[in-house]
Design a protein around this ligand. Structure first.
Ligand code: 4AD
Ligand code: MG
Length: 431
């Protein structure tokens, strides 16, 4: 089996490729077919005199996105975008797209809703392929980094009995005689496995019934969440900067071609190396007020505030010690200043905003209990979680990074909807 990505190893050889017609140009006795097979693109040249009548006819009739196999000799060609071309010997159509119902996505501009309705076909475009390749590279970099840093993958459940990140964004599902919720985060379970294995992570789909229609929110997204026993919020800042830098540098190393397809300015990405700037929430509020934001101490940043802040720096910005009142129930208060929490958010540069959220978890049993009560969360369903504070409680910390937010930033996309093969959003459940 030969794939286009390996075509350079077959110069002078006769090979068979199996793919789809990306584009076609005709000129007299020549047919120029751009073949794509998922791994790349190559021009296949059909010369009337060099092939059977059937092959020439088939090449002439081939329509956009028709599937076929094509056999020919590979030739190096400096002018070709891929560096190679195929001189066709024979061509076998598999399924020819009818001329009555052509492939709906053409090089002309389509509206976003038209494309989203045809996401199952849109993913075949060069640009979408580049994004999905980069997403894959990011996911692989995430795993490589954590695996090589001594973390153990411990999968966490998707069906859960309770909220982790606030009760307003829960998806409820029937669970036999009870109700269950789709997980908002694997963190609480990570805290249990971290006490067993030291350094753990979970990586899977998470769900938020977000009623917001922004360019940063999906209702189903993938989150990677490391959790470390005996670690502090400062340790998490150090881990976040190494983690993000590793991922960005890996994408730069392995996905130049895809970044080029997206016309990504890679100079911005080259700057992503430790250390990252660190500011407290207090300092962030000062910066925002100086920039003209109306924000007051005590409020959470809006999307606009995050954009303002992240435009101030060329590297991801780490903001720590937010007011406890605007953060989740499990945040450890700062012992020096109990109204702020030992938490951090990492805001991606170029206006992208929050990609990571995390911090240190409440280690004390009684404090955690009172936080549960304050948040109106049932002691009963959190009993197991409270156990972790009864049996060898230690300071511990972790964070979560949303993969789609990271992909949107690294690819410099306008919206997270293009970062996942089939996005789920407030008004979109299909295809
Ligand atoms: O800040 P969040 O809500 O933190 C948590 O869930 C923690 N329990 C994680 C932890 O400490 N283990 O979410 C973490 C990240 C955000 O920074 C963002 O990147 C992403 O998850 N995220 C979303 N991505 C897309 N759509 C949404 N609706 C998202 N909500 C959060
Ligand atoms: Mg957050």
């Amino acid at each position: 089996m030969t794939y286009i990505e390996d075509i350079g190893k077959h110069v002078g050889e006769e090979v068979t490729l199996r793919g789809w017609l990306h584009n076609k140009r005709s000129s007299g006795k020549l047919r120029f077919l751009i073949v794509r097979d998922g791994t790349g693109y190559i021009q296949a040249v059909v010369f009337k005199k060099g092939v059977s009548e059937e092959t020439f006819e088939a090449a002439t009739e081939l329509t956009h996105e028709s599937s076929f196999t094509v056999t020919g000799t590979i030739r190096a060609d400096e002018r070709a975008p891929s560096g190679y071309e195929m001189d066709v010997i024979s061509l076998e159509p598999l399924q020819v797209v009818s001329k009555e119902e052509e492939f709906p996505i053409t090089p002309k501009e389509h509206g976003i809703e038209f494309l989203m309705d045809r996401r199952h076909l849109w993913v075949r475009s060069r640009r979408q392929r580049a994004i999905l390749k980069i997403r894959h590279e990011i996911v692989k970099a995430v795993r490589d980094f954590l695996d090589d840093d001594g973390f153990t993958l411990c999968d966490t459940p998707i069906l859960t009995p309770a909220a982790c990140e606030g009760t307003t964004t829960l998806f409820e599902v029937g669970y036999f005689e009870e109700n269950a919720f789709l997980t908002q985060s694997g963190q609480l379970y990570n805290e249990a496995t971290a006490a067993a294995l030291g350094k753990v992570y979970c990586f899977g789909p998470t769900f938020r019934a977000e009623k917001s229609k922004t360019r940063r929110h999906l209702t189903e997204f993938w989150m990677v969440e490391p959790e470390v026993a005996y670690a502090t919020v400062e340790d998490m800042m150090e881990l976040s900067e190494r983690f993000i830098s590793f991922i960005v540098q890996r994408v730069l190393e392995k996905r130049q071609e895809e970044l080029e397809t997206l016309e990504r300015d890679t100079a911005q990405l080259e700057k992503i190396t430790p250390p990252f700037p660190r500011i407290s929430y207090d300092e962030a509020i000062e910066i925002l007020q100086k920039k003209g934001s109306e924000i007051q101490w005590g409020s959470d940043f809006g999307g606009g505030d995050e954009t303002l802040l992240s435009k101030e720096f060329d590297k991801p910005l780490m903001v720590h010690r937010y007011p406890s009142a605007i953060k989740a129930f499990y945040m450890e208060p700062d012992p020096e200043r109990s109204e702020v929490a030992l938490c951090l958010d990492v805001l991606a540069p170029e206006g992208y905003g929050e990609v990571i959220g995390g911090g240190q978890r409440t280690a004390n049993h009684d404090l955690l209990l009172s936080r549960l009560d304050e948040h109106g969360l049932s002691r009963e369903v959190f009993n197991w979680y409270l156990d972790l504070r009864k049996f060898g409680s230690v300071p511990h910390s972790g964070f979560g990074m949303g993969i789609e937010r990271a992909v949107a930033w690294i690819c410099k996309l306008d919206h997270v909807r293009e970062t996942i093969p089939f996005p789920r959003m407030l008004y979109r459940l299909t295809p």
